[in-house]
Design a protein around this ligand. Structure first.
Ligand code: KG4
Ligand code: ZN
Length: 401
């Protein structure tokens, strides 16, 4: 993977050797339905972060349409990168390296960012750093913690929970785990990852999106269900969802059964149909805000949404805390789009505290896909001299561990 022109290696060397010189990395992210670019200094200081969301394009299909995603990335990539540089008050020439997501994700979408990243790297003679999107989500937590002057202690258990992923990793400091390894000069020690568990079917965010769709609540489902679940109505749940059972690995997840249970409950109770229809009409008129949908939800629907969210949150928190206890983790990291969920945050805070564990979340903006997390993850790879050449390709099922 390493075949850089001589001038480029000299730049990396000069930057890597000089402790006082700040390393500014341009991050590019295009793995799914957000075109994003950001400039981050020394892996932790966000100088700019721009995200162009494609939600409006995919909304009428109730999910991401890969062909449309690639086309939108093509339209957005140049203005988004330009905007990120402007916000950082920088020119392309001021960038020390380019970090780009090369997987996992949609192949056509990834290729847009990779091709643009490669072109910039070769035109500017700057190093190109390949980044795993999931490692980006881990670094989003560290970016946020840095803002408040804290740093999560390792080893940590990290839950990445989004529309495409629900996975638990053990995160350790590579230098503590392998004492023969030196911390790159002025750099953050690279992390080592071990996968502890993952979803066997739907990701949690996917279950949110599908349940919202079947209830006539639009796309994406997470934010609206989050708010509706918090609406007070005093009605008991019309159906009880017990804890989710998975055989074998206790840290594996499964959300498709829960989604199907909601579907069957709604099908078996025809009284839901008229209100679902009214909400679908509201969405068709473009009236999809919480304030517009709430009056169209019966108490029974609100109680059903609350029961669904209780089941998801309970499962995510139970398994993550159990893994953290078993591995004697020092902290818990939670990242990905679903990490924006209010009840998930509150429940984690509560239950982790009672076990003496610290839990870290990115801000809502850093929880969902963004490029600041990609630039942050690129930094320790840059410091370790992990670069890509022009043969870098998209890897839709790239693993972190
Ligand atoms: O990380 P992300 O932006 O993209 C993926 O990599 O999937 O996550 C998007 C997912 C969607 O499924 C969306 O419904 C969910 O995150 N989501 C939420 C919330 N905000 C976004 N799920 C639950 N509660 C939320 N507040
Ligand atoms: Zn993501």
């Amino acid at each position: 993977m390493l075949a850089l022109p001589l001038e480029c290696l000299q730049v990396c060397d000069a930057v890597a050797q000089n402790k006082n010189m700040s390393v500014r990395i341009l991050g590019i992210e295009s793995s799914c339905d957000e075109t994003a670019a950001a400039v981050v200094a020394d892996g932790r200081e966000i100088l700019s972060s721009v995200v162009a969301s494609q939600i409006d394009v995919h909304r009428k299909y109730g999910g991401v349409v890969p062909e449309l995603a690639s086309r939108e990335h093509l339209r957005q990539i140049v203005p988004v990168v330009r905007e990120a540089l402007e916000q950082a008050k920088m020119q392309l020439a001021d960038i020390d390296a380019i970090g780009v997501t090369h997987g996992p994700g949609l192949v056509g979408a990834l290729l847009v960012g990779i091709t643009y990243g490669k072109t910039l790297a070769s035109a500017l003679q700057k190093p190109l750093v390949p980044v795993n999107h999931l490692e980006g989500h881990v670094h989003a937590v560290f970016l946020e913690a840095h803002k408040s002057g804290s740093e999560p202690k390792l080893p940590a258990v990290c839950l990445i929970v989004s529309g495409g992923h629900t996975v638990l990793y053990e995160v350790t400091n590579a230098v503590s785990a392998q004492p023969e390894m030196a911390v790159p000069q002025g750099g953050l020690a690279p992390f080592l990852y071990r996968k502890i568990g993952q979803t066997r079917d739907d990701a949690a965010g996917e279950a949110y999106d599908k349940v919202a769709k079947l209830l006539g609540l639009g796309y994406p489902g997470g934010p609206i269900l989050d708010r509706l679940a918090a609406a007070k109505n005093g009605v008991p749940a019309p159906v009880k969802f017990g804890s989710i059972k998975t055989r074998g690995n206790p840290y594996d997840f499964s959300f498709s059964g829960l989604k199907t249970a909601v579907l069957y409950h709604v099908r078996e109770h025809p009284e839901y149909a008229p209100e679902i229809h009214r909400r679908e009409e509201s969405l068709a008129r473009g009236e999809r805000k919480y304030e517009q949908l709430l009056p169209l939800c019966s108490s029974q629907t609100l109680a059903l949404v609350r029961e669904f969210q209780n089941a998801v949150v309970r499962d995510l928190v139970d398994r993550t805390l159990a893994a953290a206890e078993e591995l004697s983790a020092e902290s818990i990291l939670v990242s990905g789009g679903v990490a924006a969920n209010s009840q998930l945050r509150a429940t984690f805070e509560d239950r982790a505290k009672s076990k003496g564990l610290e839990v870290f979340f990115p801000s809502r903006a850093l929880s969902t896909d963004n490029a600041a997390m990609i630039a942050a993850a690129a930094y320790s790879r840059f410091k370790s001299g992990i670069f890509a050449d022009t043969s870098l390709n998209a890897d839709p099922s790239l693993k972190l561990a």
